[in-house]
Design a protein around this ligand. Sequence first.
Ligand SMILES: [Zn+2]
Length: 259
Amino acid sequence: MTSRGIRKPARRTPPPAPAAKAPARLPLARGGSRGLSTEAVHERIWNAIVEHSLPPETRLVESELCDIFGLGRTRLRQVLQQLAHEHVVTLQRNRGATVARPTPGEAREVFAARRILEGGIVQTLLGRSARQGLRRLHEHLLLEEDAWRTGDRRAMLKLSGEFHLRIAELAGNAILLGLLRDLISRSSLIIAVYQSPTMRPCPPDAHRELIGLLEQGSPAAVDAMVHHIDHVVADLRLEDRRASGIDLRTIFTRSEHVP
Ligand SMILES: [Zn+2]
């Protein structure tokens, strides 16, 4: 089974639009891309990256995206700025927006930094009493398992990153949490770009094992976290993937027709 992003509920063909006159855009309108919210467009772009439809350095041409999604330029820019804040998109004065391109070297550095930081976060958390918070991690795990069951890669990526942030929150150090937030955001793009679409981000099993060790207050939780991060890196195909001949319209209209 291929992984094609968010599975949409089956939808009947909508009734024909009343007398709306938009002949030039009719094919896209039928695909359902137009008139999306900024959140939905953000999600669509992220999904296209996670599904490997948009490789790094793909140009995200504003006018084209405005047309495809039926968004005004101001709202599209809000989406692009949010993606830039998440390190997913690079904004350049003369070149506009492109999908960010973490190099394999940067990818290794990000995960090396996470190894050090998250080992320390777990160590810090072991010194605190956070039983109630740890119980809440089980609830988060249920969401991750749901995403695994449905094969929703974007949700898996988002939830697995959030799991690591929850642990940092419980450790109670706002500086460590802020540093990790940045690294998780970068990691999400790295995993989206460099992980084979047939592989999956953080397995819930690894997270369950971590919760168990944290509940026991076991120092082995530090090593478990470090090994977990090593496994995530080992699953990446850290090689150059470059954009060539990507047509945004094909990407975004095609993904609408996935059953
Ligand atoms: Zn994880």
